[in-house]
Design a protein around this ligand. Structure first.
Ligand SMILES: C[S@@+](CC[C@H](N)C(=O)[O-])C[C@H]1O[C@@H](n2cnc3c(N)ncnc32)[C@H](O)[C@@H]1O
Length: 305
């Protein structure tokens, strides 16, 4: 059997003592995934393998010169180019994650974890898994006492996610990954949170209602307005969901250099829309929605005036 490898990556750590991607302050070790930052802050994700050399921007760096050095050490390549070497935070890792499908970007993951109210000990379902960006964020958020149950239709994507979780999270006994349609998977579950990153989340609306505990959160992440409309309509027509909100987040980095302090020219302008809803008791005759006041200014959802 061959050891699975991701693009540009070495063998996956299998030790149960491997702590995954943690910026814990420990010196750099064999098997660590690190990012080399050049002087323009361009990023190169590499794995440290004792005895090997890393090729980077036309030069080379001996890995043995880095092992045992502090996280954040500076090093020069054979071309005298300087790099800072850091274990990536999850936010830095995800855009660099080996992948065959689109990932959810860190800006949206932050939103999902907060608006989805993911807490240590929660039982959450996610689908589809793709390269596992959301999986990594959820595993951290629910912690060892929680449970993440993931469904992925495509075998190759599931295997890629397994590799990414093994490499960047480590051993995850709280994680179950099933290859198959989440529509089938949801049938026998009772969970606290459900997150769908699929083209047609409205197909799972009733199943999600049945699988969620009272008050649980159902979220869909879709890239287009028509998909948002289809999903929100399904939630409202169902009658078993309240507090339905749709949002997007735009993160604009700033250039702060000498007298040039301004927004950067480039940004990720659009990724996807996040829709959240809470599971409520269903009243078939009149779908209950809380008293809603438009957001903005002093207006607050549900406030009596
Ligand atoms: C955009 S990717 C997911 C990315 C992932 N959420 C992340 O953060 O890295 C969408 C995935 O959904 C999977 N998928 C589509 N329909 C599905 C279904 N009904 N059940 C399970 N997985 C599904 C696709 O195979 C694909 O891998």
């Amino acid at each position: 059997m061959t050891t699975p490898r991701g693009p540009g990556e070495g063998a996956i750590p299998t030790s149960t003592t491997f702590k995954g991607l943690r910026t814990t302050g420990e010196p750099l070790r064999e098997g660590d995934s690190v990012i080399f930052f050049d002087r323009k802050d361009r990023e190169y994700l590499k794995t440290l393998r004792a005895g090997e050399t890393i090729s980077i921007r036309g030069g080379t760096i001996a890995v043995d010169d880095l092992l045992g050095k502090p996280d954040g050490v500076s090093v020069r390549s054979s071309h005298k180019e300087r790099f800072v070497v850091l274990r990536p935070t999850l936010e830095r890792l995800i855009p660099n994650l080996p992948r065959k499908a689109q990932v959810i970007y860190p800006k949206d993951l932050g939103l999902i974890l907060m608006w989805g109210d993911v807490y240590p000990g929660a039982t959450v379902v996610e689908a589809g898994v793709g390269p596992g960006a959301l999986t990594l964020a959820l595993l951290r958020a629910v912690g060892p006492e929680g449970r993440v149950i993931s469904f992925e239709l495509r075998e190759e994507h599931a295997r890629a996610a397994e590799r990414n979780v093994a490499r960047y999270y480590g051993v995850a006994p709280q994680w179950t990954l099933e290859v198959g349609d989440v529509t089938e998977g949801l049938r026998d579950l009772t969970v606290d949170r459900i997150f769908l990153d699929l083209p047609e989340p409205w197909r799972q609306t009733d199943l999600a209602w049945r699988a969620l505990r009272p008050g649980g959160v159902f979220m869909g992440y879709v890239p287009t307005v028509l998909q948002v409309k289809g999903f929100v309509d399904s939630l409202k027509e169902h009658g078993g969901f309240a507090c339905v909100d749709t949002m997007e987040t735009l993160v604009r980095y700033w250039n702060v250099k000498e007298m040039s302090v301004r927004p950067q020219h480039r940004m990720v302008a659009h990724t996807g829309f996040v829709t959240t809803a809470r599971r409520i008791e269903k009243e078939p005759s009149s779908p209950p929605q809380p008293n809603r006041v438009e957001r903005g200014g002093e207006s607050v959802e549900g406030r009596e005036t």
